[in-house]
Design a protein around this ligand. Structure first.
Ligand code: GDP
Ligand code: IMO
Ligand code: MG
Length: 464
């Protein structure tokens, strides 16, 4: 058996204990991010998968980048659920996800890459026939649109998307007549004629957009788009199915399901810092629409919060640190995008934001990551409110304009100098590190059940 597969079969961090501490020993649970993404969701999903039968993605696309560290191996997952590293677990990509099927940038690339590393991807993967397809013109539209916005308005109006075509694909889903779903890739005759019409509309729109930006534009050939999409559909045929039925049968059969949120609460299209958000329902509220499972199927929600804040792309980030402390966090936390490689904008922990997101998600427990990154800082600041136009705001203002003008109100806590990456028990942590976590718990009002002192499996410490 390849060494990767062996490593994934034997988690070392005592997931049974973690599950007990998380209070999720029975029922179905979701893991969601409480900030602007990259909180360490992949790490927790990997650990918890040991005790679940199925792991389900319900939103987003390959804008997500979830890293899983096993020993000295690192896996970056974008579309595949993080449970894919376990050969005996069912991994489902629900209808709420948008899928780039390609071998160059999409799911076929991910599957191929994992197989080359000895990870089994076969009967353990199912993709919804109702999930929407990201096609090449969506990626061009993504780049042109964000560029046009930056050019026509001002540079800080650009969202700074991942360029993966996510927004344009969800926009087509809402427009309906120009959308393509995964199931349609399996019907070549219908697909050919649909793409003839759709690509002609897209070429017209994109040409106008490119002209406005002063960019060159090479029209897409509908025949080529069709040939590629049909071949990708054929390659993915074994995985594409009615996941509504599959998931209901799974749950009715007494199996346990773990939902893996992509992106994060503050990037939610309704409740995030709009318009600097992604285009899907990123919180636990998205589980129902993104899978077809009713709300009662979700018993627990574990919110993942990093003990500082990072953000990639545009939009307000009140606690951002453009100084040596920000650099310290970026370098210590290796804060460079898993998907795009962009340096992440790092800053102090915003507790008002985490409390808002915990409420939005109905979080029943918190997992705090990134604590070890703060080691070496003399004092630690946490944002507990804002000053805005002479008024004190006690609650997080998701309105991007208000947030851009808001000045954080900080509480200062003592820092710690010890390296804590080798701690294997919460009680081994320095007093200041423990007090920091206790302050988080008290402010957010949700119990902290796991504290991560690094990204590996053995660095997740149960608490409480
Ligand atoms: P995800 O998208 O939520 O799965 O998170 P990513 O894998 O994209 O990013 C997590 C980021 O946090 C990486 O840059 C890690 O290096 C950094 N990091 C710092 N401390 C920790 C930790 O304790 N656990 C994890 N998982 N990541 C950490
Ligand atoms: P994970 O799951 C961090 C951000 C992008 C951009 C905005 C919109 O790894 O936490 P999009 O391409 O979705 O239209 O970009 O959202 N963004 C993320 N930032 N982590 C993510 O996912 C993200 N998914 C989207 O950087 O600012
Ligand atoms: Mg990420």
């Amino acid at each position: 058996m390849p060494s990767d597969a062996q490593a994934v079969a034997a988690p070392t961090a005592g997931p049974g204990d973690l599950l007990e501490r998380l209070g999720i020993a029975a029922g179905h649970a979701a893991v969601v991010g409480l900030q602007w993404g990259d909180e360490g969701k992949g790490q927790l999903v990997d650990l918890l998968t040991a005790r679940y039968d199925a792991v389900v993605r319900y939103n987003g696309g390959n804008n997500a980048g979830h890293s899983v560290h096993i020993g000295d191996q690192k896996f970056a997952l974008h579309l595949l659920p993080s449970g894919i590293l376990y050969p005996d677990k069912l991994n489902v990509i629900g209808n709420g996800v948008v899928i780039d099927p390609s071998l160059e940038t999409g799911i076929l690339k991910e599957i191929t890459g994992l197989r080359e590393r000895g990870v089994q991807v076969g009967d353990n993967l199912r993709i919804s026939d109702r999930a929407h397809v990201v096609l090449p013109y969506h990626k061009v539209q993504d780049a042109l649109y964000d560029g046009a916005v930056a050019q026509a308005w001002e540079s800080n109006a650009a969202i700074g998307t991942t360029g993966r075509g996510i927004g344009p694909c969800y926009a087509d889903k809402a427009l309906r007549s120009t959308a393509v779903r995964m199931g349609e890739l399996l019907e070549p005759d219908k697909l050919r004629s649909k793409l003839q019409r759709v690509v002609s509309i897209k070429n017209g729109l994109l040409k106008a957009l490119a002209d406005q930006c002063g960019q060159p534009f090479e029209p897409f050939d509908p025949g080529v788009i069709f040939e590629q999409a049909a071949a990708q559909g054929e390659a993915l045929r074994p995985f594409i199915t009615d996941t509504f039925r599959l998931l209901h049968d799974t749950i009715d059969g007494g199996k346990r399901v773990l939902f893996e949120g992509a992106n994060a609460a503050l990037l939610d299209v309704d409740h995030g810092t709009y318009p600097f958000v992604t285009s899907s329902s990123t919180s636990a509220l998205g589980v129902g629409s993104g899978t077809g499972l009713p709300g009662r199927c979700l018993n627990h929600v574990v919110g993942v919060a990093k003990m500082y804040t990072s953000r990639v792309g545009g939009g307000p980030h009140p606690t951002e640190l453009n100084d040596a402390i920000g650099e310290h966090i970026r370098n210590n936390g290796n804060e460079f995008g898993t998907t795009t490689g962009r340096p992440r904008r790092c800053g102090w922990l915003d507790l008002t934001a985490v409390r808002y997101s915990a409420q939005l998600n109905g979080a029943t427990a918190l997992c705090c990551t990134g604590l070890s990154v703060l080691s070496g800082l003399e004092e630690l600041k946490v944002c507990v409110g804002y000053d805005h136009r002479g008024r004190r705001l006690e609650h997080f203002p998701p309105d991007a304009d208000v947030l851009a003008e808001a000045t954080p109100v900080y509480e200062t806590l003592p820092g710690f100098s010890e390296q804590i990456g080798d701690a294997r028990d919460f009680d081994e942590l320095p007093g200041a590190a423990k007090r920091y976590i206790e302050r988080v718990e008290a402010f957010v009002g949700t119990p902290v059940r796991v504290v991560c002192v690094g990204p590996r499996r053995d660095q997740a410490l149960p608490r409480g």
